[in-house]
Design a protein around this ligand. Structure first.
Ligand code: SF4
Length: 176
């Protein structure tokens, strides 16, 4: 749960738009679209996170929804895929690296367009996963690492949080 809801607006004096001439306190947060209930996952099974959806009501926050895999040209539903080093392979053995990296680049473009400094992403995805992803064996085994989009955002100075780190993200943007 998010602590201190009463003071959320005051706490969120976010400098996301710093340097743009916009004096507003709006904070643009890039978010995995599936966490808002958009039907974009590989298996077309929704993963809406109600706590994140409630952020849509906060006047001081703008959520910018993106699905890197769809932005890379993949359909829903699609074959599950896992990262194997610098490649992304789907469960039939097809190399889908190009689509995943294209989606990552388009996601970065949107993040920069909206001056996002932070991203709230779906954990364990080969695109959005942060710090922990499946190991490429399709055996349900997790390993340390980022999805390709999370990694590219991080490399470009955007701080990435998983959905279980929502409170940490709120604390982070409150400090800015
Ligand atoms: S690529 Fe990201 S936003 Fe799209 S379905 Fe997968 S986890 Fe959700």
């Amino acid at each position: 749960m998010i602590r201190s809801r009463m003071s959320l607006k005051k706490r969120l004096v976010c400098k996301t738009q710093e340097g743009t001439g916009d004096e507003s306190t709006m904070c643009n947060i890039l978010v995995s679209a599936c966490l808002l209930g958009v039907n974009c996952r590989y298996n077309a099974v929704p993963k809406k996170n109600e706590e994140i959806v409630r952020l849509l009501d906060k006047k001081v926050i703008h959520l910018i929804p993106v699905c890197p895999e769809q932005l890379g040209g993949l359909a829903t539903p699609r074959r599950p895929a896992e990262r194997k080093g610098e490649q992304v392979i789907n469960e039939t053995g097809e190399d889908v690296t190009e689509q995943y990296f294209r989606g990552a680049r388009e996601t970065l473009r949107i993040a920069q367009m909206y001056h996002c400094r932070v991203a709230l992403l779906k954990e364990r995805s080969p695109s959005c996963g942060c710090r922990q992803i499946y190991d490429g064996t399709f055996s349900g085994t997790l390993t340390e690492g980022d999805g390709v989009t999370a990694a590219l955002l991080r490399e470009n100075g955007i701080e990435v949080f998983g959905e279980s780190q929502l409170e940490r993200l709120i604390e982070k943007i409150s400090e800015q």
